[in-house]
Design a protein around this ligand. Sequence first.
Ligand code: GTP
Ligand code: MG
Length: 597
Amino acid sequence: MDTCKNKQAPPLREMNIVIVGHVDHGKSTVIGRLLADTNSLPEGKLEAVRELCRRTSKPFEYAFLLDALKDERSQGITIDTARSFFKSEKRKYIIIDAPGHIEFLKNMITGASRADAALLVIDAKEGIQENSRRHGYMLSMLGIKQVAVLVNKLDLINEVKRQAVFEKIVKEYGAFLEQVGLVPTCYIPISATQGINIAKNTNILPWYKGPGVLEALDAFEEVLPPTDLSFRMWVQDVYKFTAQNDDRRIIAGTVSCGCLKVGDELIFLPSGKKTRVKSIEAFNEPTQTFACAGKATGFCMTEQIYVKRGELISIVGDDSPLIGNRFKASVFWLGKEKLSKDKAYKLKIGSAQVGCVLEKVDGVLNASTLEGIEQDFVDRHEVASCVFRLDRSVAFDLAGKFQDSVRFVIVDGYEISGGGIITQTVDDDLGKNLVRRGIKWVKSSISAQAREDFYKQKAKLIVLTGSSATDKKTIARSLEERLLKAGKIAYYLGISNLLYGVDADIKSDDSINTPEERQEHIRRLGEVANIMLDAGNILIVTASELDSNELDTLRQIVSNENVLCAWVGSQAAHLRDFDLCLEGGTEKIVEELFLTV
Ligand code: GTP
Ligand code: MG
């Protein structure tokens, strides 16, 4: 009896492979061959391309197959030049041909297509070139541990010398990789054009007993998303329910590692805000009670807190990510212009994006020769150990176990110009205080909801700012009165009430504040507001000319998400940072504000 009849074969798994190597060493040809030899091409494609070459008197190239497939649909996915699909009996493969360093780095770091393993192609005739070494270095830096080195174009080498040429490359390249801490899985002598040792060991090179390229790929182990690590997820987006009186939000992102369950207590960093998972929302799927590494998911919270894209979520009590605005990193620089101290850059880590400057260069290496260089900038194709200072704190982890919270790219103007991994922390600041505050906060036994029900109002912070010429105080006072008349518990806190009290130690009469002093005033204002809101009040504050960083600081410090920042007066250039722009007479403005409460 055939008991297997009704059994469905398990679905083939997918593996991402990146192919790298020096220019013209045969990457595209290897891919074309793999597609052809695994019968992954659409029926008649190979012949059609050969025929086209014949007609146009061009020599046939396997690489042309990739161009010919560009707009074709196969397996329901549009093929582009950078990704090709093929399968063995064991599994499906996506092979990523990164045409240049930048694309490679971008793919690897931004997570668009993370590779489980790599093929590194070296032309036997030309031998090891700069990019053979640079790419080897990058694979090691990015933590790709499974690498097959393909020594290609052996057909161009005299038969009697092939083995010696192959072994010389194995020895030399092996010595280089050892220096960067990478041990390749295997070295395979191949000829991509002749199909030697591609789909299987063809025994054309009798002295080589190892696997062909496809066999080596099948021998790679699947790199499963790490569910056994502590939970990490970047906030990708926050969706609001829009139905009336529904202020719930869904926090959406992809679980980087670990698992998330309903009921878990979460901490968002760098804000340090905490909440619990109320429900895990799934789209077109039955509701889940957990979500593990690799899963794109969304969840609702038991307490609605203000968080934004760019925060890193972990579970309270697990090993926590670090936060700070300075760190040491190993960087790979690819920009046309050098990485220098006198320029501002953007740094992207996870979903966070922040301005940064290069603060210190600890050591520079040429990525191809691994020679040390004495200089305080980083030139194209160099790798360096550097300290970066960011405009504000972000959450991150140190190189080792984690990936998405360790790797970053640096954008110069609009171009990704380098990338790196964080190796050490350097500093302490606001973010750390907030986390500490979150942990040490003594919670009342009255919940925020109970307080809201009792006072019949939601606590709220209304920040009125604008040019110093506008009369924000009159508006604030009128609003306070208007709210009290309507039975609300509201309080207007003038900035001077703080400056000469809570801030007395940093406020000297008539002196102009330094940026650090101003930052500290804002921090203290935020802390006072946080307490007043925790007590259930509607708090109105006025301050002149707040900028987006200062607003951001306030929003970070105030745990309650109910913060309204309004600009009083004609449109500010940076108006997009505000919730409202208030123009017109006091009465009109007060009414408008009143309606938001
Ligand atoms: P870039 O994408 O430009 O970096 O090049 P590539 O690494 O993709 O190389 P490609 O596959 O385009 O091959 C470059 C040239 O080498 C082409 O003319 C190929 O025909 C030739 N080539 C590739 N593999 C072999 C081989 O095994 N033997 C011989 N003789 N030529 C090969
Ligand atoms: Mg190519």
